[in-house]
Each structure stands twice: as C-alpha cells, then as structure tokens.
Write a protein that binds this ligand. Structure first.
Ligand SMILES: [Zn+2]
Length: 314
C-alpha cells in the first residue's frame, strides 16, 4: 500500500513538473505575440512621429498652416524659436531716413543723395534767388513728331525746361497722347525776371499783394520761390486756359491720367489737395515736378509731398 501511495506521488510529481514545463512553454510561445503587438503599437505612433518632426521643420516656411500641429504635437520642438527670431526687424535709428519714415508710419524711403538736383526744394520758405538752369531744352521742335503743343510761339520762355527732365517729360506726354489724351505744356521754365512780372500781374488780377489767397495759400509765388524757376516742372493741361482753376481741372481726363501715371516717368503732383498747409500752395492738378522715378513712386505711394520727402533726409 505504501509503495502504491509513493508511486502515485511520483506520478503526481512528474505530472506537476510536466504541467509547469508546459506552462513555461506556453508563456514562451505567447511572448513573441505580445512582442509583436507591442512592436506594432510602437510602430503606429512611430509613423506620425516623423510627420510631426517634419511639420515642425516645414513650419518655418509655412508657419500659419501648421501652427496648431506644431503647438500640440511638438511643443518641445525648440527649433520653432529661430524661425520666430528673424521676424522682428531691427528698429531703424531715429536719426536716419528709415527711422524718420518709420516714426511717421511710412515705408523705408529710397536711398538717395538728397542734395542732388532732382530734389531741389523751392517754395515760399526756400528761395533759389536768381538761380537758372545750366542748359535749357526747347520742347517745341518735337511738335511734328509728338503733336504735343506748347506755348513756344506765344511765350518762348514758357516752353522750355531743364534739359535733364526734357526726355522724361516728353515720354510722359507722348504716352498720354498715345492713350487718347490731348496734351498742352502750358508752362515750363520761368526766369526770375519773368516770375517777377508774373507775380505782379497775378497779384493785381486778384487784388492781393503777397500772392496768397484768402486761406493764406500761394496762388502765385514771389520771384525766387517759384518751382518754375528751377526748370524741373511743367504745367500740363489739355488746352490753353486763361486762368487755371482746381475746380475746372480736378476731374479733367488729362489731369486724372497724369496723376495716375506721372510717377512712372519720375514726376509727382507737386501740390496735392489736402496738403496745402504743407506745400503752402493751393491745389494745382496741372503742376508736375520731376524728382526721378524712385522718389516719385515713393512720394506718390505714401501720399506725401516733396517737403515731407526731403524732411526724411534732413
Ligand atoms: Zn506750375
């Protein structure tokens, strides 16, 4: 009997060993599956992972499109920081043209030598005394080619300009003609003596002595203070006017055309409406001044005057 019980114990022991061994085998079998499963789990997030890091990098070029992705998926991606840094531009020094423009909310002005002839400032406060252009160009000889009429036959002086602006003036006038406008160069260069006569005549006609209207704005400039004496401007209308008035010429097709295109040829509308207190001169939709293309575009686009432009460089 005892032997029988011992045999059973041995059998049970063997059975337990087999069971234990089987258990180990089963675990060993299951382990690779678990491993695979974990591996798959790892692979799933691993797939978007490179996308996140990519979007983190491409965020530099397409910042707004992936801002949310960057913010949530890759908050630790510090590489976004150098992307932000270049955005704030260095503040221009206050005593520079850029700084003065920025303080006025204007774009950066072109780099020019403000002492160059194109920017000669002539107004009630800046007399050029008896200055006269070195070389004048008579526009009349081109009449057969361009059909641009001038006052040459009536007042020889009035049909000339400083030779340095003659080509640009003709180019602009020819372009206007080609666009269906009728162009009449009513007044170009006027000498000191001519302006003196002009000043007295206009003052007498208007019953004033200082050349100013009731608002205190010049309707004619004292000799030395007229931009016409620089030879760098011209009064351009569609016909001869005994008296040019803003009311009549404001919506004139040529005035509108010139205001829109003058900067392309280096000219500005010198005395704009609403800027009378800056220029000291009444609104003159016919008076165009050469300043060169860069300055003309800047002045026109920013809605400023030559006085304000020159002031940026002072
Ligand atoms: Zn004028």
């Amino acid at each position: 009997m005892k032997i029988f019980i011992r045999i059973i114990r041995v059998i049970l022991g063997i059975a337990l060993l087999i069971g234990f061994a089987y258990g180990l085998y089963t675990c060993a079998q299951a382990a690779p599956h678990t491993g695979d499963y974990l591996y798959n789990l790892e692979e799933t997030p691993a797939a978007p992972a490179p996308v996140v890091s990519q979007s983190g990098k491409t965020g530099s070029s397409a910042a707004s499109a992936v801002t949310t992705d960057n913010g949530t998926a890759a908050p630790t991606d510090v590489q976004a920081a150098p992307v932000v840094e270049p955005v704030p531009e260095p503040t221009p020094l206050p005593d520079t043209p850029e700084g003065r423009a920025a303080a006025l909310g204007l774009s950066a002005p072109p780099q020019v030598d403000i002492t160059s002839w194109e920017y000669m400032l002539v107004n009630g406060d800046n007399s050029i005394d008896e200055y006269a252009p070195e070389t004048l160009a008579y526009l009349n000889p081109t009449i057969d080619e361009t059909d641009i009429r001038t006052t040459y036959s009536q007042y020889r002086q009035n049909s000339v300009v400083d030779i340095r602006i003659a080509q640009a003036l003709l180019d602009m006038c020819v372009a206007a003609e080609n666009d269906g406008q009728v162009v009449y160069i009513a007044s170009g260069y006027r000498s000191y003596a001519s302006q003196q006569e002009n000043f007295i005549r206009v003052c007498n006609n208007n019953g004033v002595s200082d050349g100013k209207d009731a608002n205190g704005f010049y309707i004619t400039m004292p000799p030395g203070c007229s931009e016409h004496q620089s030879g760098l401007c011209a009064d351009i209308t569609d016909k001869w006017y005994g008296i040019k008035t803003a009311a009549e010429l404001r919506n004139n097709p040529l005035s509108v055309w010139l205001a829109e295109h003058c900067a392309e040829y280096g000219f500005i509308l010198r005395f704009p409406e609403g800027k009378e207190s800056v220029t000291g001169v009444m609104y003159e939709p016919w008076h165009f001044r050469y300043v060169g293309v860069d300055a003309a575009k800047y002045i026109t686009e920013n809605g400023i005057t030559l006085e304000e432009f020159v002031g940026l460089y002072a």
